[in-house]
Each structure stands twice: as C-alpha cells, then as structure tokens.
Design a protein around this ligand. Structure first.
Ligand code: CP
Length: 326
C-alpha cells in the first residue's frame, strides 16, 4: 500500500491488516503506553482545505503517538486564499520534507491528483474529498463494528454476515460511499435507506441493497448496526438546491427516534460519523443511548489512523530506510 485514497482500493487482506494493526495500537488509547517510537524523525503534514474537527485532530494525535513531527496546514489563513494552487502548495510541503501528506479537500479527486502528479513523492492519505471518499472513516467504523460484533473471533476477521443499515443523505456522503465499499469487502451486507432525492445516480449498481422506506427496512433486516448520515445542508445550498424533503418531513420519515430505536435488536449499534444534526437525522435519545458508539468511533479513529500511518511509513510494504534517509 503506497497511498490510501479510497476504501474501494483495499483488498480484504489489506483492510483486515489495518484493523488488526489498529487493535494493537489501541493500547495507546487507554494510555497504558503513551507513545511508540515507530515514526521518530519523520514528518506528517495535515493539509486541510475543508473544515474538520475529528479527522484533523485524530490524525495529529495518531502521528504524535507514533513520535512523528506534525505540521498542520489549514487553507484558511494560508497563501491558498491568495490563489496559490494545489501544485505549488504541494511542492512547498515537499521542500519542507513531508514524509506523508494527509489531505482533506472539497474537490473529489484532489488526493488522487496529489498522489499521481509527481509533485511530491510522499504517501498520500485521503482524509475526505468532496462527495467521493473518506477511507479512514470507513476503517474506524469497521473497527468499531468488529470490536462489538465479532468479539470472540478476534483479529484476522472481517465482518462476515453482519447486517448494516446506512440511513440518510447518501447523495452528498463520502462516508456512505466508503462504508459501502469497505463493508462489502469485509463480507457484511449493507442496505442504504434514503429518500429518492438524496440518492446518487448509479446507486443501484453499488454492492448493496437500496430502500426508500426506513421502518420497513429496520423490521425486515434486523440490523447489527444502524449508521445515520449527516444531512449536508451546506452542500445542498452550494449546489443551489433547497432541502427536499423538508427538515420536518425528513425527520419524521428518516430520523432515528425513540419508536424506531424500540424495533431494533437489543445488540444493534447506533453509529454516526459526526458532526450530528441532533433532532434532524438522529434524536438525542438515540445519540446518547447505551448502544450508541458515536463517541467511541472518535476514539477508535486515533488507533486506526495510527495503523494507517504506521503501515504506510514503517510497515513491511514500505522502505523505512529509504524514507528516513531523504
Ligand atoms: N467524521 C468526520 O469526518 O468528522 P470531521 O469533519 O469533524 O473530521
């Protein structure tokens, strides 16, 4: 693995290896081990052209727990606001000795462009590009599901036979795309539920079931995990569109509320990538329920991002000597 650009690029063996490595890294989460020396002397650049709380902070924490130096770059307040291009920004980072670049960008495909342009020779990690992909989010979601749903099998496993329902604004969601790809690779059965207006063209060719009816789906599928997606009102406004269906209708037909919680199996996980619109796609009762893994997902994100950085920069597939000698 030279870069991590899309969850769809991962084979089952590669994905399981990341999850297994993250399981070993999670000891640092409980602070039993404060830091590992694995990336000492290397520099990780966090290049964020779009807002983020969880992903940016957890990549920073992950790199620091592996003893790497971290440079945080936010487009706001940088020369990007003076019109500097991605190419010139990338070459500036290369000149500063970036050993890995973590990029979030509003344009789908920006991480691929960075990885294949020849502007830099460091591994590139996609931290979310437009409506396209968010592979480390899918990995941390799978890690969380595996911990709860496959506790006896332990490492080496995917999510074989587990049933996952993903609900909401699929159209604008890089999280949904990444999760469908990865969960399918790991052997889970995925059902997407959304109003027709919030489903992308071509969704029926994805490796999952598609439904417009949440109540019927929850009853028929009896899911092991329900993942609620954020309604991305900012992308709807940017596209010049209104919010259809209306917020009230959306919440009534697609929100996870108390009556819907009551029909879920007792063990069913309640998931959300954050940030949440409480009262729209998810009620406070659901978000704060005993089965909610929403806070744990954030915490697991650090271990998963440690695993990704470790495998790209110091794993068996890459040459540590070559990178440290640059
Ligand atoms: N889940 C997620 O990507 O959150 P942030 O936008 O806060 O990074």
């Amino acid at each position: 693995m030279k870069h991590l650009l899309s969850a769809g690029d991962l084979s089952k063996d590669e994905a399981v290896r990341i999850l297994d490595t993250a399981a070993t890294m999670s000891a640092t989460q409980s602070r039993e081990i404060k830091k590992l020396p694995a990336l000492r002397g290397l520099t990780v650049v966090n290049l964020f052209f779009e807002d983020s709380t969880r992903t940016r902070i957890s990549f920073e924490a992950a790199a620091k727990r592996l003893s790497a130096d971290v440079i945080n770059f936010a487009a706001k307040g940088s020369s990007v606001s003076k019109g500097e291009s991605l190419k010139d920004t990338a070459q500036t980072l290369q000149a500063m000795g970036a050993d890995a670049v973590v990029i979030r960008h509003q344009a789908s495909g920006a991480p691929l462009r960075l990885a294949t342009s020849g502007w830099i020779d460091a591994p590139v990690v996609n931290a979310g590009d437009g409506m396209h992909q968010h592979p480390t989010q899918a990995l941390l979601d799978a890690f969380t599901m595996r911990r709860h749903l496959m506790p006896d099998e332990g490492t080496g496993m995917g999510l074989e036979g587990k049933r996952v329902v993903i609900v909401g604004d699929v159209l604008h969601s890089r999280v949904a795309r990444s999760n469908v790809d990865l969960l399918h690779t790991l052997g889970a059965q995925v059902t997407l539920v959304a109003p027709p207006t919030l489903l992308p063209v071509g969704v029926h060719t994805w490796p999952c079931e598609v439904s417009y009816h949440l109540d019927a789906t929850l009853t028929a599928v009896a899911p092991d995990a329900v993942m609620m997606l954020r309604v991305q009102r900012e992308r709807m406004s940017a596209a010049g569109g209104g919010f259809f269906p209306s917020a009230a209708e959306y919440s009534r037909r697609y929100g996870l509320d108390a009556p819907r919680l009551a029909v879920l199996p007792d063990h069913c996980l309640i998931m959300h990538p954050g940030p949440m619109n409480r009262g729209l796609e998810i009620s406070a009762q659901a978000a704060d329920s005993a089965n909610s893994t929403i806070v744990e997902q954030v915490s697991n994100g650090v271990a998963v991002r440690m695993a990704v950085l470790y495998l790209l920069l110091a794993g068996a597939d890459s040459s540590t000597t070559e990178r440290t000698s640059r």
